[in-house]
Design a protein around this ligand. Structure first.
Ligand SMILES: Cc1cc2nc3c(=O)[nH]c(=O)nc-3n(C[C@H](O)[C@H](O)[C@H](O)COP(=O)(O)OP(=O)(O)OC[C@H]3O[C@@H](n4cnc5c(N)ncnc54)[C@H](O)[C@@H]3O)c2cc1C
Length: 453
């Protein structure tokens, strides 16, 4: 459905364009399509402009955490993971130096359908778009937004090229920009600083099974970590993190050589043959892992959301990276980093409340900043204890000092970018931001008992 702009005379007699759209959304990816559906359901007139309406083919966004699944239910979008051969995910197993640490998502208090999901991102996005477009007050059109339309410091709409390449203008009181990690609009609305610490290299493995059914796997190894998780009943996605300093070229076969020599020897034995044959098939895709801190400029008339606003390391597919950061997962020649990596792994292997609590954070089931702070502190105590035992010596105390110093240099920038108040005094921030999922009345629909953990 199209909403035409209308020309009206204002009080001074000048002709001006009045928008008949309430909200323009730039980009119909995960964020844009879901938002369009939500706003449309609320009765807003929404106009979505998406660069390419074909089913996306990408290696990103294939592992939805249980917390994300709960959000889908809340938004009325649960059926978007039906009929796309999505696979249930109940947790992850971490592998390091021949040892493993299973991390189950804390799902006991939920109905049995609540779990993570692995799927083809394109199929999921197609379903979200279909759902948004099914509403009569949501229009979804193909076009590439080239710039924001600004006047007197306020965003009034967008300039875009339509499907036939014609330059067009669309007006609305609010423009929501969610054009993803390659956004060309974010620099107008946000601090444009971007860091690319590594690239994700994606392969699809067939004719194999993960060692533990319904569990993904994360191998922490040198030179960097890699993950496995099912994306259909017959396919397993493998994502390998390759540090930015030396990304081999895919086209001249250097990447295939790198994967065979540097990664394959550490691949789980059950997946080795499928891993090698996936490399030989040659369908290797790469994507940058961008670290983009969300520090928007307040701009009337516009809002930036999704990856365009804030992007973190993708390998864990969730918020745990906020606590651990890619620096912890990646191998390092620095002995202090090795100490931190081993402390994290050992902490997770403790199981019980330690693994459970971190898993709840990582899976989005318990997104409480204070709980994150608690686990960071507990992990620090565990790491210090590990280094000091069986008895402290000057050398060990020196290692502890370095561990605390390096650990703080990882965690404190996150505390700074998220905000000290949000992190340690969440109750003092506006209620909208701090409503815990457990207080949400919709939650009762999918939760069997109140969230008490
Ligand atoms: C390698 C990798 C793996 C990942 N794995 C996971 C994972 O397992 N689990 C997880 O939760 N997250 C994962 N992520 C992150 C996840 O993909 C993103 O958080 C999510 O896709 C963000 O949604 P979005 O709507 O902001 O952006 P996108 O889904 O990228 O959508 C942006 C949309 O905007 C459109 N667009 C772009 N420019 C324009 C323009 N100028 N005009 C109009 N339209 C435009 C694009 O075509 C696209 O459809 C991963 C990311 C990477 C890089």
């Amino acid at each position: 459905m199209e909403f035409p702009n209308e020309n009206c005379a204002n009080k001074t007699g000048n002709i001006e364009v009045v928008a008949t759209t309430d909200i323009i959304i730039v980009g119909a990816g995960v964020a844009g399509a879901a938002l369009a559906y939500s706003l449309g359901k609320d009765g807003r007139r929404v106009r979505v402009i998406e660069r390419d309406l074909n089913e996306p083919r990408r290696i990103a966004g294939e592992n939805l955490m249980p917390g994300g699944y709960l959000k889908l239910i809340e938004l009325g979008l649960k059926d978007c993971v039906d009929d796309i051969d999505a696979q249930r995910l109940l947790g992850y197993v971490l592998y390091m130096d021949g040892k493993d640490a299973p991390l189950a998502y804390p799902l006991e208090k939920f109905q049995s359908h609540v779990a993570g999901r692995g799927f083809h991102n394109g199929r999921f996005v197609r379903r979200l778009r279909e759902k948004a477009a099914s509403l009569h007050n949501v229009s979804l059109e193909q076009g590439t937004v080239t710039s924001l339309l600004e006047g007197n410091g306020t965003v009034k709409g967008v300039h875009y090229k339509d499907k036939s390449g014609q330059l067009q203008t669309a007006y609305a009181p609010l423009t929501v920009v969610c054009d993803g990690c390659f956004s060309n609009l974010r620099r107008a609305l946000c601090n444009p600083k971007i860091d690319v610490p590594s690239y994700c290299v994606g392969l699809v493995l067939t004719n194999c099974k993960l060692p533990r059914e319904n569990y993904g796997g994360l191998v922490i190894s040198k030179p960097s970590p890699f993950a496995f998780y099912p994306i259909s009943s017959t396919e397993i996605r493998c994502l390998v993190d390759v540090p930015s300093q030396n990304v081999p070229s895919v086209s001249d076969g250097e990447m295939a050589h790198y994967l065979k020599t540097q990664v394959a020897p550490k691949v789980l034995p059950e997946l080795y043959t499928a891993f090698i044959s996936a490399i030989e098939k040659g369908n290797i895709k790469t994507m940058p892992n961008k670290i983009m801190a969300g520090s928007p400029h307040r701009t009337p008339g516009a809002l930036l959301i999704g990856d365009a606003l804030n992007m973190r390391h993708s390998i864990t597919g969730g918020g745990m990276t906020v606590a651990l950061s890619d620096k912890v997962l990646n191998a390092s020649s620095d002995p202090t980093m090795v100490d931190i990596q081993e402390a994290c792994f050992g902490y997770l292997r403790l199981g019980g409340v330690f693994a459970y609590g971190l898993s709840a954070l990582h899976s989005g089931l318990c997104p409480h900043p204070l709980r994150l702070a608690f686990h960071i502190l507990a992990m620090a105590i565990y790491g210090v204890g590990r280094l000091l035992l069986p008895f402290p010596s000057p050398k060990r105390l020196w290692h502890v000092a370095k561990l605390l110093w390096v650990g703080s240099s990882i965690v404190l920038p996150f505390v700074q970018s998220e905000g000290v108040r949000q992190m340690f005094f969440p109750r003092t921030v506006p209620a909208y931001y701090r409503t815990p999922p457990g207080n949400n009345k919709n939650r009762k629909e999918w939760e069997e008992t109140p969230w008490i953990n």
